[in-house]
Design a protein around this ligand. Structure first.
Ligand SMILES: [Zn+2]
Length: 116
């Protein structure tokens, strides 16, 4: 997790933009790896997937923590998540899988650190 956060911070320091928002914009532009798009979320296969059939569900608005999710987004996320698992289950005949949720670990402001 620390490596991911450090990488995102380095990207932000260099580009002055959010890595994850840029990834969403790039995926929407390419439209080659999109599995599903909804009002609030984009489901896609990452450009450099670490595992076969790896799928990411990213919010389309800049967000770093599930505590900030709205009720409408919760419903939307639930549908995208269920659809994704259903697709994988059908395509791969109910495989075992890892389901990982990333969220901001600690949002207490500290000097010299970002706040989102
Ligand atoms: Zn962002």
């Amino acid at each position: 997790m620390k490596e991911k956060l450090d990488g995102a911070k380095s990207y932000f320091d260099y580009k002055e933009r959010c890595l994850f928002c840029d990834m969403i914009r790039q995926e929407l532009t390419d439209a080659a790896r999109i599995v599903e798009e909804s009002r609030h979320f984009l489901v896609f296969a990452p450009f450099a997937a670490r595992f076969p059939f790896e799928v990411w569900i990213y919010p389309k608005r800049h967000a770093c923590a599930y505590v900030d999710i709205t009720k409408e987004e919760i419903m939307d996320f639930s549908r995208r998540s269920a659809n994704t698992l259903k697709r994988l289950g059908i395509a791969l005949k109910n495989p075992s899988y890892n389901y990982i949720l990333y969220t901001a670990p600690n949002r207490i402001p500290r000097s010299g650190h970002w706040h989102t």
